[in-house]
Design a protein around this ligand. Sequence first.
Ligand code: NAD
Length: 289
Amino acid sequence: MLGAVVIGIGTAGCVRIRDMLVPLRGSPAEKLAVKGFISRRSLEPQQGVSRISLEEALGRDDVHVAFICTENMSHEDNVRMFLQAQKHVCVEYPMTMSYKAAVELWDLAEEKGVILHEEHIELLTEEYKQLKKEVEGKTLQEGTLHFTGGALKPGFGFPSFSGIARLTWLVELFGELSVSAATLEEDPANSYSKMTAKLLTSDNRSLTWIEERQPGLPRAKNINFQFDSGPLTQIPPAPRGTVGLFMQDLIHFSAKLAGQVSPEELQRERVRVLHCLELAGKIQELCQG
Ligand code: NAD
């Protein structure tokens, strides 16, 4: 068994504890045993799991794995501490707020001989899987992905990083991208922000990614993809899967811990994660430049 701790008891952290307490039967997630959680708040036990100190988690021999579920801005420091202590790390996306820091963390994981995994539940949704099927084999002319959502809490960072799930969709659907322009409109008085990034595919097809947020805006993803064969303007409806998204991610992570994921697959994920973080950094630079 591998002992695990959860850092950050928000929505994601609570789900991590729940899933480790009741893992999918017959899956490699059964090999994880939650030993405690770490919080800046002095919380009572959560789901029967007790709070422990950061120092204890880093020092204990029966803690092998850390789940970093804090707000985005503190992921990097937490990941680094646990990798230094030679613990495997699963971090909720985005891993860091810069490409350079993510490269350093991945190098550190390699040096320490541990797994570094970034959760990407957006790639595990049935709607994404259905969309991927629809897009496969089609030639893109141009497209838009427009996300709307409510305001984010502090600590979630620049929209190209907090919205990396949408960027990851575009990269997984259309391959390596480059950034040609990006702007950010803000109206602080109304907590409004709209980031517009102009992206290009490797064969110079234009993709526009918009992240628009304001309190009360419905959480939605609108697409408009123009293909040689015609348009796709709606994400195809898909029934909900039987296994929860975080559970699917937990199984994938624990398969990595069990050595069941090929080096080629690990490398493919690393390249994709770093590519998205690099794009997010360029978008931020252009918006702030
Ligand atoms: P959250 O706001 O629920 O929790 C974030 C952090 O805030 C946690 O460290 C939590 O301990 C802390 N926190 C929450 N309430 C607090 C309070 N009252 N006082 C002090 N600290 C408090 O955020 P989340 O949705 O759990 O997101 C955490 C990470 O997971 C983020 O990196 C996010 O990108 C990622 N993520 C979340 C989801 C999701 O569905 N929630 C999905 C994918 C990725």
